[in-house]
Design a protein around this ligand. Sequence first.
Ligand code: PGA
Length: 252
Amino acid sequence: MTNKFKYFIGNWKMFGDIGSFKIVSKINQYAYKDKKVNKKKIVLCVPNTLIHFYNKKLKKKYISLGVQNCHSNEKYGSFTGSVSASMLKKAGAQHVIIGHSENRSEGETNQLLKKKVNSAINQKLNVIFCIGETHKDKKLGKTFSIIRNQMKETLNKQINLKKIILAYEPVWAIGSNKIPKINELNIIINFIKKTFKKNFKSKKYPKVLYGGSIGPKNIKLFASINEIDGFLVGGASQSSKKFIDIIKNYYK
Ligand code: PGA
């Protein structure tokens, strides 16, 4: 169930411009040099406005590039202001985050996310599918039922395991400097793996990441969770130094 090389995926959110290429370039250089990292598992999910430019500018890629959302319609259509999985793939994206709580809170339902996940997978994008409970859910003891429903209502048996990465991101831990207790997180990561395997009659366990307030100072705490497949890093991924220190400190 464990994986030697971990994923380190950056979610830049609504930050970054052309000049921020230097961050991408430094992380790319680092990935080239450090033998401890698997190049395919270092991913930066950048704004749609930058994916094409970065993809062209990064001549030798030791990292992967991705984006942070896509429209539910796979290719083209009259959807003002939207961008499809097909368009993002053509612009150079290899990964897409779907179901981030910042988008769920703007009205994205499990049913809509199901269409998005299917569109993205049809377009051969790797999907980073976010699940997680709010602070209120947690207090009401609903963590397990919420994340089980988020999986059951969006994913299905046909999901190509190679194309999906689950990211457990408790909403209360995002951008708050709060992280779950390590023993609780361990239980939840294992619950996600087992629930997925059982519900979708999958032969293998899915890959599961943790995300929420990760930084260079707390990353080492997560090293004791063997089953974790990696991390989704928000704020700290907007700095090459912090992002690289997260990777370095994890393996220290
Ligand atoms: P954070 O965000 O690391 O800034 O808490 C994580 C995320 O939103 O993916």
